[in-house]
Write a protein that binds this ligand. Structure first.
Ligand code: GDP
Ligand code: MN
Length: 392
């Protein structure tokens, strides 16, 4: 699960990663104005009004603005609330006492699946797109992958210092940056994050090093160790994808992808293979969906309903290999599901193989469903589904 900035900063703060003074979470113009007033009457000479959405590049999109008085804050509130940032509509805004920036750096810790370790990236050139810096000036970006055994007792201060020194951070902040990185790594590990990114990490005018932004992804598989992440679920913060959220609630293994061929299969391996065949036929899968072992009429109805409600889906490839689940059960499930779901515009291509596949195909043919096309092989089914999506 992705956290928004203010949540990531809360997580940093409780792990002794320095952040700016605590701000206010707001949902209306009035709340933003009141928060700005409170902070400006306190120690802050300016506040920063920041859109809380689960995507980066908020600054460029007009979602991060400084205000030195209440009128400016009101103006920013009006322009930021409801703003569309890469398809994310701003409903929550964070008003934070502004920091004085002397320099902007980059620091992150993330899972490195390729090298099977924890990847730490640090650069003196932060505040901007780090991938861009990596392309144009790769020497300015320090990357270290540490194996889990090297970090079994946490990140050692020696290694941390080595990294921030290699990134050429100025001498006067090396001690602070070292401590911060050790604590950031502990936060990442103890909170079961897969990503903890600070961009920018800043040096303030009075030489303090603090996290001005945060991007934290928590490992959903570890949710059981953290009370289901209930603390981080907040009204107005969108789930990553509404259909994914619904699938998760129903216990369906579903991942939204960006193509147009809906995919539904039994068993994760088969579904993966299905995505490949769709791609080999120059199509793109709209999703990954594993109906699981039983493939009962209920499971198929719920899964199909989900896939068909995705506006990107132009055709659906149902790929079932009968094992314990027999072909006629699946076929009956498909027949019942299409009857229960009523009218829908997409065509379904069904490939049945394995136990009692022939009986299953006979049931499908006998039912004579206008939206269902039976296919004998995976290849034929994929080609048909891609073609139907294209002509839809
Ligand atoms: P992002 O655009 O989504 O990455 O949002 P950030 O939180 O990183 O903010 C974007 C930029 O706004 C930063 O790189 C800073 O240059 C600027 N900014 C954000 N907060 C402050 C602040 O407290 N003071 C000042 N002076 N600038 C800020
Ligand atoms: Mn940022």
């Amino acid at each position: 699960m992705d956290l928004v900035e203010f949540q990531g900063k809360q997580l940093f703060a409780r792990n002794d990663v320095p952040v700016p003074p605590v701000g206010s979470v707001c949902r209306t113009v009035d709340e933003i104005v009141a928060a700005a007033q409170k902070h400006l009457e306190g120690d802050a000479s300016a506040v920063v009004v920041k859109a809380q959405v689960k995507t980066g590049g908020r600054g460029k999109a007009g979602g991060v603005k400084l205000a030195t008085n209440v009128d400016e804050a009101r103006e920013h509130a009006g322009s930021i609330l409801g703003l569309d940032i890469k398809g994310h509509i701003v409903e929550v805004v964070y008003v934070e006492p502004a920091s004085d920036i002397a320099e902007e750096y980059y620091l992150s810790v993330m899972h490195d699946r390729v090298n099977k370790g924890h990847l730490i990236i640090c650069s003196r050139e932060g505040g901007v797109d780090i991938e861009e810096v990596n392309r144009t000036n790769p020497d300015a970006v320090i990357k270290r992958t540490l194996t889990p055994s090297e970090t079994a007792d946490g990140l050692s201060p020696e290694v941390a210092r080595d990294i921030v020194t290699a990134a050429n951070l100025p001498a006067e902040v090396l001690d602070q940056a070292t401590d911060l990185l050790v604590n950031l790594f502990a936060a990442y590990r103890d909170e079961d994050a897969t990503l903890a990114e600070i961009n920018p990490l800043i040096r303030t005018e009075d030489d303090r090093v603090i996290a001005l932004d945060s991007k934290v992804t928590l490992d959903d598989s570890a949710a059981f160790r953290h009370d289901g992440y209930a603390d981080w679920k907040l009204d107005g913060l969108e789930a990553n994808d509404p259909l994914e959220a619904e699938a998760q609630a129903k216990g369906i293994q579903y991942v939204k992808l960006d193509g147009e061929v809906g995919v539904l299969g039994n068993g994760a391996g088969l579904v993966m293979a299905t995505l490949d065949v769709v791609a080999q036929n120059d199509g793109r899968a709209a999703n990954f969906l594993d109906v699981g072992g039983g493939a009962s009429a209920d499971a198929i109805t719920q899964s199909l309903d989900l896939v068909l409600r995705d506006p990107d889906v132009k055709s659906v490839f149902i790929n079932i290999f009968g094992g314990i689940t027999r072909g006629e059960e699946v076929a009956n499930g498909v027949v019942e599901a299409t009857q229960r779901l009523g009218d829908f515009p997409q065509k379904l291509v069904v490939r049945l193989d394995g136990t009692n596949a022939e009986e299953g195909r006979a049931i499908l043919e006998g039912a004579d469903l206008p939206n269902v096309v039976a296919a004998a092989t995976m290849q034929e089914a994929a080609a048909t589904a891609v073609e139907l999506a294209r002509s839809a």
